[in-house]
Write a protein that binds this ligand. Structure first.
Ligand code: I3S
Length: 123
């Protein structure tokens, strides 16, 4: 893949809807990569130097991946008792919550995701 990585890092993630159908929460730590028009979720962070392994563990595929084209991004505080929560809803109706105990980190994810979604809206 040649798409530039906008951001990657460790977050707590739970999917809350699949195709518009509500799911039971299951918070899990995940290595999250934002690149191109996709947000990808890996079970584990990369083991090699971050610069050479931004896509996740060598040779691995993401556990799941969503297309951010047309996605809606919002604070998720009304959807969780956890602090620093973001809510993403994709066009096909898949919904995720992203959470970090580090407020600055979650804010950086918010800015990066908003920039990518706005760029995709203009394309
Ligand atoms: O939005 P909810 O349903 O209050 O979310 C909590 C529950 O999903 C809970 O699971 P069980 O209902 O299976 O026990 C989770 O353990 C909690 O983490 C969920 O709430 P938070 O506020 O952490 O998103």
């Amino acid at each position: 893949m040649s798409q530039e990585v906008e951001k990657s890092g460790q977050l707590n993630v739970t999917k809350i809807a699949q195709g518009g159908r509500k799911l039971r929460k299951n918070w899990c730590p995940s290595w999250v990569v934002l690149a191109g028009n996709s947000l990808m979720f890996y079970r584990e962070p990369p083991r090699a130097a971050p610069s050479s392994a931004v896509w996740g563990p060598a040779g691995s595929r993401p556990e799941s991946s969503v297309d951010l084209r047309g996605a809606a991004l919002a604070h998720g505080r009304h959807l969780s008792s956890r602090r620093n929560v973001l809510h993403i809803r994709t066009v096909p109706g898949h919904e995720f919550l992203l959470q970090s105990d580090l407020e600055a980190e979650l804010r950086a994810w918010h800015h990066a995701l908003r920039a990518v979604i706005e760029r995709l809206d203009r394309e």
